[in-house]
Design a protein around this ligand. Structure first.
Ligand SMILES: Nc1ncnc2c1ncn2[C@@H]1O[C@H](COP(=O)(O)OP(=O)(O)OP(=O)(O)O)[C@@H](O)[C@H]1O
Length: 241
């Protein structure tokens, strides 16, 4: 999928929210969209999903099956979670077994028959995830998927992303919580002042804290650096002998 010189504004005559975005997300790849609040991350994701249309330019090569998980899954609807998911399945494909399977995996089987308006934000997010996954998507668009989810369910997000990618699908995911470290290898798209720039890809690494006697610190630092390790910081502390 490719943004080809995409410009977008919410109203005629208003300032452009996004200007001249040209970026490619190849099949089997993940891009994490970063930027401060109000920068335009959700706008970019909705353009990718086809929920918004560019004012100028085009989104090309959008694959046929797109799963979109909005930032806030609309809970003010007169359905239970199961009722909504059945409607979605009827429109988009998918069946009862898929609903049950995802509910079981995400741990909300007990909430399937609860009205959406009574669900917590985290449970509503799970419904949002399931509706996007009822039919395996070629493009999965996740708007702040970690927000509101409990720690256990957060772990599912990288797994789900990995499964879509393994099938050759692509994933566009916004993140202002800095959870991006969970997705090593992802492209990084940074939104700022209406422009979107691609940054360096991420690699997984682990930070190890090591304490040495103060007198040994210079030698330890030298040896670490000589060994090709990056020293992130040095601090003093006093401990009992
Ligand atoms: N429906 C809308 N009508 C008018 N302006 C909007 C609309 N939706 C968003 N905006 C404005 O467009 C800009 C970009 O909003 P967007 O939601 O894309 O930002 P974001 O980076 O996703 O922010 P956040 O992290 O807070 O969700 C903001 O100034 C926002 O106020």
């Amino acid at each position: 999928m490719r943004f080809q010189d995409v410009w977008f504004r919410y109203a005629r005559g208003a300032a452009w929210t996004l200007r001249g975005v040209t970026l490619t997300l190849p099949p089997g790849e993940v891009a994490v969209v970063e930027g401060r609040n109000g920068a335009g991350k959700s706008t970019l994701l909705q353009l990718a999903a086809g929920v918004l249309r560019p004012g100028r330019g085009a989104v090309e090569g959008r694959p046929p099956v797109v799963g979109w998980v909005p930032e806030r899954f609309p809970a003010d609807q007169p359905f239970t979670a199961r009722g909504l998911l059945r409607h979605m399945a009827a429109i988009r494909g998918g069946d009862e077994a898929q609903i049950e399977r995802w509910a079981d995996r995400l741990g909300f089987t007990g909430f399937l028959d609860v009205r959406l308006s009574r669900l917590s934000k985290g449970s509503a997010q799970k419904v949002g995830l399931v509706q996007a996954l009822l039919v395996p998507p070629d493009l999965l668009v996740l708007d702040e998927p970690w927000e509101g989810l409990d720690a256990q369910t957060r772990e599912h997000v990288p797994q789900i992303v990995g499964e879509v990618v393994a099938r050759g699908g692509s994933v566009l995911i916004s993140d202002h919580l800095g959870e991006v470290g969970r997705l090593p290898g992802a492209r990084r798209w940074h939104v700022r002042d209406g422009e979107v720039r691609e940054g360096a890809q991420l690699e997984a690494r682990r930070v190890i804290e090591v304490a040495v006697a103060a007198a040994d610190a210079p030698e330890a630092l030298e040896r670490l650096r000589a060994g090709g390790f990056e020293v992130l910081g040095v601090r003093d502390e006093v401990v009992p002998r």
